[in-house]
Design a protein around this ligand. Structure first.
Ligand code: URA
Length: 209
């Protein structure tokens, strides 16, 4: 699908299957989310521009590549995105973090905002929005809307598991925001859960059900 990258690396796929399993315990689930996020981060940053910097090795001076431009921003959608942001920070510790507090109204399935905090100069940075599940797309669209209102113009969206309707909705609302996912399922159930999916990512991560 245009604008969607499924990261098909065997390690990512293996870990996603373990995430799906209903008998995976909370602590393992949380560790897997973090590990997959690190691997997805590697892919979503693959084309970052680099520039040469002078470095002195123990043997000689040379010019070697470093990442150019301002530091990245990871923007987890609370609460389930937090653990993904930690996995990405393992790989890019100097990144900034924006927090986006949105929850899905269980009846309307629409996103409701309760918290929003970004670095002041986020308009000049690449912002990587993270949420484990792209289901209906309502929350993702609301997060991207809000970041655009704050001036962000360069964004990418990363999730563990996408559903086709959510991908189509996010791509239709924000065609300038490419998506990375470890997998995509075809359907949602009547409660907006991905089928077969992996259940409620936040509850499984934090043991709240
Ligand atoms: N959020 C989840 O945690 N799981 C789904 O299947 C859909 C949305």
């Amino acid at each position: 699908m245009d604008g969607l990258t499924i990261v098909s690396h065997p390690l990512v796929q293996h870990k996603l299957t373990k995430l799906r399993a209903a008998d995976t315990p909370t602590s393992v689930f949380r560790a897997l989310v973090r590990e997959i996020a690190t691997l997805l981060c590697y892919e979503v940053t693959r084309d970052l521009p680099t520039e040469l910097a002078r470095v002195r090795t123990p043997i000689a001076e040379t010019d070697a590549p470093v990442i150019a431009g301002k530091k990245l921003v990871f923007a987890p959608i609370l609460r389930a995105g937090l653990q993904m942001a930690e996995g990405m920070l393992d790989l890019v510790p100097s990144a900034r973090v924006a927090h986006i507090g949105l929850y899905r109204d269980p009846t309307s399935l629409q996103a409701v905002e309760y918290y929003f905090k970004t670095p002041e100069d986020c308009a000049e940075r690449l912002v990587i929005v993270v949420d484990p599940m792209l289901a209906t797309g309502h929350t993702a669209i609301a997060a991207v809307d809000r970041l655009k209102e704050a001036g962000v113009c360069d964004m990418r969206f990363v999730c563990m598991l996408a559903a086709r309707p959510g991908v189509e909705a996010l791509r239709a609302a924000h065609p300038d925001v490419p998506i990375w996912a470890a997998g995509m399922d075809e359907q949602l159930n009547d409660h907006g859960y991905i089928v077969p999916g992996l259940g409620d990512a936040g509850d499984r991560m934090y043991g709240t059900r």
